[in-house]
Ligand binder design. Structure first.
Ligand code: ATP
Ligand code: MG
Ligand code: MG
Length: 383
């Protein structure tokens, strides 16, 4: 433990920053590849960081030279550069996994071999009106047009409500590789954080996520109003999905729960995930703790992944003024059991994730009461 391997991370945003908090507590040196003063670098004073981009081959090679294990906080990285260094340094999860997952269409093609239930989807080869019209006739409306790559926080999604929207949908996602998905008429969205270790897969509880404009707004742990059988099915679906991929570490699995209680996979991320932030306050080990342990082959007691207390997480997004997000954090200072996380990302563009707040309580109902004023404040000021 004391002679811990050096961990290199591609990306130093808020996920890297929270991973750094875990690394610091275990005396693990974590070298970040990102711009100077990236959020993760700000809380770690050593000279092992690399200034550069996680999409730049030379920078990645430089990071690999100073590390024993490489991991990532984002899937949009150069997997060919990772493949090149994989003979010299351990890459967790595997570059193959990242390559498959970073293309959402490839991800679905790959997972269909494992009989994972998903919304029906079709690839676009020409991005033409005629092509999407034919798909619309087949899958019906609304349908979700999606970029295969570089997608996050719904930037890459376009809801096609009717045939008439097709030209504007194609314009909005112009120049990007596309596929279309049948609309999932879900009654709820669920997520499970799964960790893959050398011994198999372990999971955190099933949570409920609420997206607004395709961006995660709230996470309820545990999910409200789902039966034990749905919970079990969600856990199984998440674990089967993650077991299909190579490499160790945390994965975030997003699912749709349909009115008949069946589940569809929405997508999987091969990294620490927004739907798992609640684990910092609500579980003995957080998703960040277990990610580090998984990539370093350290023990993870399954009991430490259980919920100690129900929790609700609220994302703080950049709002109408440059300091809207700070006002929400300020309000949260007076709420009991509120864990406040600000990411120190600099300029707060509207919709940008600037921080989050997790409230724990003996029951989810008590947590709902405590967090409601913050939700109202955010909604009222359209922060
Ligand atoms: P993330 O930030 O989670 O990576 P993303 O940009 O990759 O987001 P998705 O997760 O594919 O986008 O979709 C974002 C949200 O859009 C989903 O959580 C869901 O609310 C909605 N959505 C996506 N696909 C569909 C669908 N087929 N039917 C209905 N709603 C959908
Ligand atoms: Mg995604
Ligand atoms: Mg998603």
């Amino acid at each position: 433990m004391l002679a811990s391997p050096r961990v290199g991370v591609l990306g130093g945003g808020q996920l890297g920053r929270m991973l750094m908090e875990s690394a610091n507590r275990l005396n693990i040196q974590m070298n970040i590849l990102d711009a100077d003063n990236a959020p993760a670098k700000q809380i770690s004073a050593h000279d092992g960081h690399v200034i550069g981009s996680f999409t730049d081959r030379a920078s990645l090679r430089k990071l690999a030279e100073s590390c024993d294990v490489l991991t990532t906080e984002i899937e949009h990285v150069d997997t060919y550069a990772l493949e090149e260094v994989a003979s010299e340094v351990k890459v967790s999860p595997s570059w193959k996994t990242i390559r498959t997952i970073q293309d959402k269409f490839q991800q679905k093609e790959y997972l269909s071999q494992f009989r994972i239930p998903m919304a029906e989807h079709r690839e676009l080869l020409k991005n033409s009106v005629e092509e999407l019209t034919a798909i619309g006739e087949e899958l019906g409306y609304p349908l979700m047009l999606k970029s295969k790559t570089q997608a996050y926080d719904g930037r890459g999604n376009y809801t096609v409500k009717a045939q008439a929207d097709i030209p504007s949908a194609l314009k909005a996602l112009e120049g990007r590789p596309l596929y279309a998905e049948k609309w999932a008429k879900f009654r709820m969205e669920l997520a499970v954080i799964v960790v893959k270790t050398k011994d198999g897969v372990l999971s955190f509880p099933t949570v409920e996520t609420i997206q607004e404009d395709s961006v995660c707004k709230l996470v309820y742990a545990p999910a409200r109003n789902i039966s034990e059988s749905v919970n079990k099915k969600a856990q199984e679906l998440a674990k089967t999905t993650v077991a299909a991929f190579e490499g160790h570490g945390v994965f975030g699995v997003e699912m749709f729960l349909l009115p008949d209680d069946t589940l569809l996979l929405c997508e999987v991320a091969c990294r620490i995930h927004n739907s798992g932030h609640y684990t910092i306050e609500a579980c003995a080990l957080s998703q960040f703790d277990v990610h580090l342990r998984a990539i370093l082959d350290l023990p993870i007691p399954p009991k430490s992944l259980e919920l100690r207390e129900p929790a609700i997480m609220l994302n703080i997004l950049g709002g109408s003024t440059p300091d809207s997000h700070l006002k929400i954090a300020e309000r949260a200072l007076s709420i009991p059991n509120a864990g406040i996380h600000l990411y120190s990302k600099g300029a707060a563009r509207p919709g940008r994730k600037m921080g989050h707040i997790t409230i724990t309580a003996p029951t989810i109902h008590e947590a709902e009461i405590l967090i409601q004023p913050l939700i109202d404040f955010m909604d009222d000021t359209s922060v």
